[in-house]
Ligand binder design. Structure first.
Ligand code: 9MG
Length: 371
């Protein structure tokens, strides 16, 4: 790696009429930014310069950069402002101008929050999925293998038995379905059964066949960062700078997927909160979410009921982390996240609606109305 440049939005606004002058819209979401930090770091990971630049100054500043940084900067500047095309999930169209809620359905005995609740009873699981859809979930994310720290790996045959019948039920309901799996055989069988999206917490690294399978399927893929090897996603990493390292990692995985033939419009990126990160690293990454728009892909955030909330709230157990989950969902929306992966769909959808109402009002000119 030679030296690299990053454009991090640092002043966000709820409308283009920012106090600080011209603002640009991030990732086609209802979020604008008027000021940015241009960060340069050397090959050894050291940050060597940081410069504050306004949206209005950006074209001039970028044009004056040396060639090696200029091209990178132009790509990121375009990525930050990219409006993402909707994705089609069967009859459902998922649009990105407002945050979309992805409801979690774990058909596992051991997931950290809802393990064992749905595994043995398809009817209870189907009723829970139907309730999440009715409450406003745009997508159901179905998993048959727990990704919590220390969870035992599942035999592929068992994973298939857990998820395929449920995919068929969800497809019959007309749901948009993503499947949380690391195994190409599970991806293939669930897509054939009616699933639409692959959500792989190993970012298609666990099995080398996944890249080819995903490319051939034409399905959208969620690539999540995890610092560990693909079979140990929770091992911690030695970061130079957690934010910039995760950015580089996601960029490299995105590029590997593009090289394997996955279309750009089908790639969704996810910083992977809670996977192998300390509390301080999770918080730094969360505060830096707007930077990830520079990768030019829709962003997914999964923090629902995670340990970082317990760590900040007197070790509250997973089922008592609703307040923290909604607080982080709102912060993620403020940062322009396109998808929120959550357990508590109706509470999160209510937060999305209130947030959206505020944003709509910020875009409305009330000056002509009587006081
Ligand atoms: C399966 N799973 C658990 N946590 C997750 C997260 O944060 N993101 C994604 N994409 N999947 C997750």
């Amino acid at each position: 790696m030679t030296r690299k440049l990053y454009i991090r939005p640092i002043a966000l606004a709820d409308s283009p009429q920012s106090e600080e002058g011209e603002a640009v819209r991030l990732g086609g979401a209802m979020v604008w930014a008027s000021r940015f930090a241009l960060i340069v770091r050397e090959e050894d990971g050291k940050v060597v310069s940081r410069e504050r630049v306004s949206a209005a100054q950006m074209p001039t500043v970028l044009a004056a950069l040396p060639a090696d940084l200029g091209a990178m900067a132009e790509t990121q500047w375009a990525g930050l402002r990219k409006v993402h095309a909707p994705i089609q999930c069967g009859a459902r169209t998922i649009r990105f101008e407002q945050p979309q809620v992805m409801g979690i359905l774990n058909m596992t005995p051991d997931s950290f929050s809802d393990g064992g609740k749905f595994l043995d009873d398809l009817e209870i699981a189907a009723a829970h999925a139907a309730a999440m859809l009715e409450a406003g979930a745009a997508i159901i994310d179905l998993g048959g293998e727990s990704t919590r720290p220390g969870a035992a790996a599942v035999w592929e045959g068992d994973e298939l038995k857990r998820v395929v019948p449920m995919v068929e039920r969800l497809a019959a309901m007309g749901a948009a379905i993503s499947v949380d799996t690391r195994r190409p055989a599970v991806m293939e069988a669930t897509l054939a059964a009616g699933a639409h999206i692959i959500n792989d917490v190993s970012a298609l690294r666990y099995d080398p066949r996944s890249l080819e399978l995903a490319a051939g399927s034409g399905a959208p893929v969620v690539l999540m960062h995890a610092p560990g090897k693909a079979d140990d996603l929770h091992s911690s990493a030695d970061f130079d700078d957690v934010v910039l390292d995760v950015f580089d990692w996601l960029e490299a995985r995105r590029d590997a997927c593009l090289a394997a033939g996955i279309a750009r419009e089908r790639i969704i990126l996810d910083p992977g909160f809670g996977f192998g990160l300390s509390l301080a690293q999770n918080l730094a990454l969360f505060n830096a979410l707007p930077l990830f728009h520079a990768l030019g892909q829709p962003l997914l955030v999964g923090v629902s009921r995670k340990r970082m909330i317990g760590a900040l709230s007197n070790e509250a157990p997973a089922h008592q982390r609703l307040g923290g989950s909604v607080a982080l969902a709102v912060k993620a929306m403020d940062a322009g996240a396109h998808f929120l992966r959550v357990h508590d769909v109706s509470d999160t959808v209510q937060a999305v609606r209130v947030w959206r109402g505020l944003r709509d009002a910020a875009l409305t000119d009330f000056s002509q109305l009587p006081i």
